[in-house]
Design a protein around this ligand. Sequence first.
Ligand SMILES: NC(=O)c1ccc[n+]([C@@H]2O[C@H](COP(=O)([O-])OP(=O)(O)OC[C@H]3O[C@@H](n4cnc5c(N)ncnc54)[C@H](O)[C@@H]3O)[C@@H](O)[C@H]2O)c1
Length: 323
Amino acid sequence: MFLSTADIGATDMDIKNVLIFGAGLMGKGIALVFSSCEDFNITLYDIREVDIHTPIRDNMEQLRQYGVLNEDEIERRLSRIRFTADENDPAIRNADIVIECVFEDMKLKRDTFALLESKCRDDAIFCTNTSVMSPTEISADLRRKERFVGTHFWNPAHLIPLVEVVKTEHTSAEVADTVMEILARVGKKPVLCRKDVPGFIANRMQHALWREAISIVENGIADARTVDDAVKYSFGLRLPQLAPLENADMVGLDLTLNIHKYILQHLEDSHKPSLLLVEAVSRGELGFKTGKGLQDWTKEQAEKSRKELNDYLIRMLYGNNQA
Ligand SMILES: NC(=O)c1ccc[n+]([C@@H]2O[C@H](COP(=O)([O-])OP(=O)(O)OC[C@H]3O[C@@H](n4cnc5c(N)ncnc54)[C@H](O)[C@@H]3O)[C@@H](O)[C@H]2O)c1
């Protein structure tokens, strides 16, 4: 949908058997993504028994309500995904590519890949879906570091197109290319992050914005709802069409330079989390889950916000107003 395989260049690695290791929120979402392509046999492994089919079906049901999928496609896609909690399942030995989605814990991830290296074929590709941890550190003890790469999917994984493919200094170009090609084949928009840096590409920008947004509230310039409105009704609206660097070229680098000469010195540049955030958390104000965060939230408002996000994403991605 977003990038054709021709844009990336086909590779000769034959990838058929996909093993998703960890069947939580992201693992199930990624399984749904791969099920779009009949080329793949997908196995989800978890250390505990997990009902994967109900939540995956629920997400596809929402897509059906918008006319994106029909009943037959839902059944076909579900039939491509199986679950196992057996560490000795042949799907582990036969995996061509493994996408690790266990908890965000360095030791667990390193232990997981040590186990995978002992069970998988030597030519299997290993991917980690870590949000913030260093793929280099996760793969430090592996024998085949050149076959290891970060694949940072975004939640909800079945809807957000971006996947950051993060190379470590050991990742081979062939492995990075193959992973980019496969992700494009299942409808994702893979982007290559050439250096393993904290936050990769998109979270560095996202959290620079969040730091400034929180600072505006902390300094009494505007309240949280106003800050969010200022984003939603201005540059947020055009961002999917006009991202920052194209925007800078559009307005002119001379104007951008003048603006930066004036404004950068006034922007938040703290290297620590804001006091506002630290104190809210220490008071137990955690956001949706406690009913109070930077704003107040009833259960209904929190539920509505979550549901409307998926509805919005589906309409934006598939351009369909049914449901
Ligand atoms: N949730 C998000 O928004 C998001 C976004 C991008 C990336 N990620 C990353 O994806 C990874 C998974 O996150 P999630 O939100 O799906 O977590 P989750 O808690 O929903 O699922 C983690 C799963 O890992 C399983 N697990 C734990 N130990 C295991 C083991 N030893 N072997 C096999 N399975 C094991 C758990 O049983 C659980 O089902 C994390 O690294 C996270 O940082 C999360």
